[in-house]
Design a protein around this ligand. Structure first.
Ligand code: PAF
Length: 322
């Protein structure tokens, strides 16, 4: 069992320069932290640069934050605080690419969609503090290093392996201290698994349906056929939760989904945007995770399976068109 001392420095390394990565990098910088954005390759315009501005647009205003930029393959300095904001299917390979720089007491914070990668990361890095996060912040990229904060949500952090951590309360206190001053709604959760499951249900209900029907989140509630599909998706997930004896189905998952849709009604889901821009989607870490769990438990999940196949088929169809 390892004890987690607070890594001295509040230098944050952000892995992933998508919307959530840029949102966090700019907010950490605004809160006075030293921030380095870790990139696979530097943009052509900044090949030799050590610093780069990130533009953050919110409430009609625009602010610029200068952060350091580095390649994942760089040798130094050691990383004490890592926040991983990549697509979930890229996360493990991205962490592996900077593994040589992780300090022995480094915190690895995963701010990812979907499920499965978090558990895999804990298995791969058994001696490290792996903190999982789940966010309802709405953000999208206008351009490289230019993020729009569309809605201020809530972000929960916590650990999934509390019993394997010798001083979990210290980890919690030190981690929240390291975010002092940040203008995002951040909370520590004593039951992070519940947040991950609830967010997973929201993603299973909203993402494939908005991607297939090419609509904004809010439009899902205007179509009775889609509402009934979302109810089926949630009931199937509730059956899995029941079989796993996880008491997360109350209040009902469908209630939670409708609340999220109401708050994000004007947004296009991440899967809609990925499919629309012919980028890989997170379907394997979202609906795919549910289908794999269901298979292992012998529980039928026909609606989730149908949507999984539809998204997979549209990815293949688009790849064939290129
Ligand atoms: O993936 C997204 O776009 C968002 O997580 C969601 C759940 C669809 C809206 O909050």
């Amino acid at each position: 069992m390892k004890s987690y001392k607070n890594p001295e420095s509040t230098h944050w390394h952000v892995l992933g320069a998508g919307a959530i990565g840029c949102l966090w990098a700019s907010h950490l910088s605004r809160a006075g932290k030293e921030v380095t954005l870790l990139l696979r390759t530097k943009p052509a315009t900044a090949k030799r640069e050590k610093y780069h501005p990130i533009l953050l647009e919110q409430n009609g205003g625009i602010s610029s934050f200068i952060v350091q930029i580095q390649l994942c393959s760089d040798k130094n300095p050691p990383i004490h605080n890592l926040i991983v904001c990549t697509k979930s299917f890229d996360a493990l390979a991205a962490i592996h690419s900077i593994e040589h720089r992780l300090a022995p007491n480094a915190r690895i914070v995963l701010l990812l969609n979907g499920m499965g990668v978090q558990q895999e990361c804990i298995k791969r890095y058994p001696g490290r503090a792996v903190i999982c996060g789940s966010t309802s912040d709405g953000a999208y990229r206008r351009d490289t290093f230019h993020v729009i904060q569309a809605g201020k949500g809530q972000t929960f952090f916590g650990v999934l392996n509390r019993t394997a951590i010798s001083e979990p309360d210290n980890l919690h206190t030190n981690f929240m201290k390291s975010l002092n001053g940040i203008e995002l709604n951040v909370h520590w959760s004593s039951d992070m698994l519940e947040h991950l499951w609830r967010k997973l249900a929201i993603n299973c209900a909203i993402n494939p349906l908005t991607a297939i029907n090419r609509c904004r989140n809010g439009e899902l509630l205007n179509d009775t056929r889609l509402v009934s599909l979302m109810q089926d998706i949630c009931s199937e997930i509730e059956m899995i939760l029941g079989a796993l004896k996880l008491p997360y189905a109350k209040p009902s998952l469908f209630n939670q989904v409708t609340q999220d849709i109401t708050v994000t009604a004007q947004n296009y889901s991440s899967m809609y945007q990925d499919l629309n821009n012919a980028r890989p989607t997170e379907i394997d870490q979202i609906t795919g995770f549910i289908c794999r769990q269901a298979k292992a438990l012998g529980i039928p999940v026909p609606t989730n399976e149908m949507l999984y196949r539809k998204i997979k088929n549209s990815i293949e169809f688009r790849a064939g068109q290129r």
